[in-house]
Ligand binder design. Sequence first.
Ligand code: ZN
Length: 366
Amino acid sequence: MTFSAADIRFMRTAMKLAERGKYTAAPNPLVGCVIVSAENQIIGQGWHQAFGGPHAEVEAFESIAMDDQAALTQSTWYVTLEPCNHVGKTPACAALIERIRPKRVVIGTRDSNPEVAGGGIDCLREAGIQVEVGCLANELAWQNRRFFWNANEKRPWVVLKWAESIDGFMDGRPREQRLPGSGGFPITSETSQALTHDWRALEQGIAVGAGTAIIDSPQLNVRSVDAPSPQIVLLDPDGRVPSHHPLFQRNIDLIHVVGDDSDKNASRGLSWQVEEGLDVLLERLFSQHHLSSLLVEGGAAVLNDFLNQGTWNEIKRWTSPVPTDGGLSAPRFPERTVPLPYGQASSGKLGADSWENRLHPRHLFD
Ligand SMILES: [Zn+2]
């Protein structure tokens, strides 16, 4: 299927709209929709803003001015993801489009959700609407990488994140100074905060090990970006974190991962033992807590476990130009990674610090 330059342009607009849901749509996919008249004028546009909220197609339809309603029968709809044909929290979008009977519907990617999978497309075609599928499909698969990974692998998309000094340490203090409650050791400068908080806001969960929780007592929230904070996942299989720890006080929705399910600290516990492996932990976080993505912030031991078990999708690493001359060794950056696709920067600088964002070699988007 080849698409015209106009098709690609309108689908790109829909993709940009979809991106606006990046902090709030999960675990739902990012979806954008543009409705175009026979004269190639955009008459409606919308995107999926929040889990449980109206779908992009409904938002786009409702944005149409009274004067433009008559143009609907000759319109083309550009939707980044196959319209749903099941009634979930909202009525099915395929039914809405079928009722309006536009001339043509251009779809970016098929939905791999078994409740939809091709059904939305069939439903529109059976209604006699011209449907074309696959416009900007690869780029849209990248945009919705968390959603498609969830659907195919039944686990969250995992992003490993850490900051290290130019000489490879995550914490410049000697072991005897890394005491409970002593706080985090700043590696990067304040300037890096905005991007670090954006990285947090993009993922639905944020994981931290018991050691880091006890020593650094991090807040793990989003402060520099106007977005909700991710749900904290405290990895505490040996039950080391005391019940009065501030993380429990501040985060009522914290997921406390403990070796047995006798946890009384958190309203939401999850039972997992180290010997079961991280694959099992991820499957449980997805099936029991519907986490579509997880940012792993540390400490070094936890990050090394994810690296060694290959249970990661992306790495985001800060490097500061200042040496610490010793301390806690940073994880070893994997030898084989791939850059981000479609012209997205895989490295950059903010102030004196530099960052890298690379993908697991299994992810070749092209
Ligand atoms: Zn829908």
